[in-house]
Design a binder for this molecule. Sequence first.
Ligand code: C2O
Ligand code: CU
Length: 578
Amino acid sequence: MMVCLFVKRFIFVLAAFCWVSGDVALAKHAGITRHYKFDIKMQNVTRLCQTKSIVTVNGQFPGPRIIAREGDRVVVKVVNHVKYNVTIHWHGVRQLRSGWADGPAYITQCPIQTGQSYVYNFTITGQRGTLFWHAHISWLRATLYGPIVILPKKGVAYPFPQPFKEVPIIFGEWWKADTEKIISQASQTGGAPNISDAFTINGLPGPLYNCSAKDSFKLKVKAGKTYLLRLINAALNDELFFSIANHSLTVVEADAVYVKPFKTNIVLITPGQTTNVLLKTTKHHPNATFLISARPYATGPAPFDNSTTAGILEYSTNKTIITTKKLPLFTPILPVFNDTSFATNFTKKLKSLANANFPANVPKKVDRRFFFTVGLGTSPCPQNQTCQGPTNNTKFAASVNNISFVQPSTALLQAHFFKQSKGVYTTDFPANPPVKFNYTGNPPSNIMVTSATKVVQLSFNSSVELVMQDTSIIGAESHPLHLHGFNFFVVGQGFGNYDPNKDPAKFNLVDPAERNTVGVPSGGWVAIRFLADNPGVWFMHCHLEVHTSWGLKMAWIVMDGKGRKQKLPPPPADLPKC
Ligand code: C2O
Ligand code: CU
C-alpha cells in the first residue's frame, strides 16, 4: 500500500499494477490505464442484400466497445489505413485539460492522414454511464461508431438495483450508396443529401426491411430479471422514438449523468444522446416474442427516412429446442413521426438526481448571456454553376445567429494555443442575432446567411447562460445541439419566441437535466447553463449531420485560468499536421 501510494505519483502504469494487486483504497482515487488500438480499415458488409465496402475500426461494424471505469485513463492508438482523412471523437467525454484528444476535425486537431496515426489520451473524470465514440470528419461517422461504457469506480454501486446484465443498443443509419459520395455531391450542388435506406440496431436493420430478416438484433433474456440497456443514437440525421412491445422501461441515466428514475413505454433519443434504461422482464416465460423498434421523430420541412428498425426480444427457456418461431410476436406502438407533444413531455421528465452524492451544480449567477438563433437558410450559388438549394439557384445553408460556420484549413485549437489566429478565426461571434425578427413566425424576405469562422471567447470559470431559439426559416425543426467539453444544465424550454422578461422566472435551477446534447424544440427555444471550467476550443453544433454540413456549428474558446491546473497543456508530439 505504501509503495503503491508512492509510485502512483510518478507512473500510471504502476498505479495500474497496484490496482490489479487489489489495492482498492488507492484504486478509488487513481484508476487504471486502458489501451486500445483502432485500425481504420475498409470492410465489406452486406445489408439489405447489397454488399458495400465501408470504413470500420478493426473491420468491426459497429465498432468495438470502449469499457472503462470512472477515473480511468483511456489511451487509443488510431492508425489510418484508408484513403480518407480520419479523426475520432469521444462524444460526451469532458476532456478536462485534454482538448487535444477531443477529435473534431479542424477544431481541435488536423485529421489523421492516410498511413498516419495519432494516440488519443484522456482521463474520464466525474462521469459514469454510457457515451459513444464516432468519427468527426465529413460523414464518416455513418459507419465509424461504437459504445463507450463507463462503469462506476470499483466498489461503487449504481444508484438503482444492480442489473442482471448490461446490453449496449446503438442505433445507426444505413445508406445503400457511399455516404462520402452523397455528401460531397450534395455540397457541390447545394441540394439536400439523399435520405438513408434504413435504420439499424447494433448494425442490423431488422425484419421490417426487404431482404433483412436474417440481419435482426436479438435480445435474449431470462424471465424475472432486470437488464440495463445502454441506448445510443449514433444515427446521422434522425431523432428516434424507441420502444419494446409490452414492456415498460425505467430511465435512469442520460448522457452519462444519473437522472431521477421514471417509467415510460417510449424513449425519445436524438443523435448524440445516450440513455440508460432498466428493462424488467416478466416474472414467468411469456410464451411470446416482442419487437424492439425505433423510428424517426421528424419535424423539419425536408423528406426523411420514414422506416422502422426492429430487433426481437426473446425469452429463453431451459428446453433445448427453442421454438420462438411459433410464438406470437407483439409490436410496440410508437408515436407518429411529428409528435412534438410527446417529445416535450418526455424531455420534461428528465431531471438530475440532485442529492448529496450527485449534486446538480447549476450556475446560480450568470457572467455571460447569449441568445443564439439556430436554423436553416440559404447561401449564394457560385458563379457559372447551377444550384439545387431551397430557393431559385441557391444552396442550402444552416446557421447560428445567421453565421454559417466555415471550416478552417488548420485546427482552431492549434491556432489558439500558438497565438496564430490571424487569418484562421475571429472572436466576434455575435452574442445576439444580427437582425431581430419574429423567429417562429413568417420568415424575413432575406434568408441568406453570412459565412465566416467566428468564435466566442470566454474567460476561465465564467458561467454562461445560452438560449437557443429555433427559427421557422425554410421550416421550423427540432435541432439536437451538442456541446463539446462540457455538460450543461437544461434550465428551461418553451414554444414560440423566448421572452427574456418572463421566461427566466420559470427556470429550473434546482434539479434540471445535465447533459451534452439537447433538442432545441421545433418552433421553440431551450435555455442551458454551464461553467466554462475547461480551457480549450470547444465545438458546438447540431448533431443532425446534414445541418452540421450546412454550417450549423460554432466554437467556444475558453482561455486558460491563472492556476497551474487551469491551463491547457501543450499538444502531444504526434498531433497530426494539416
Ligand atoms: Cu457527437 Cu461534435 O459530436
Ligand atoms: Cu439541426
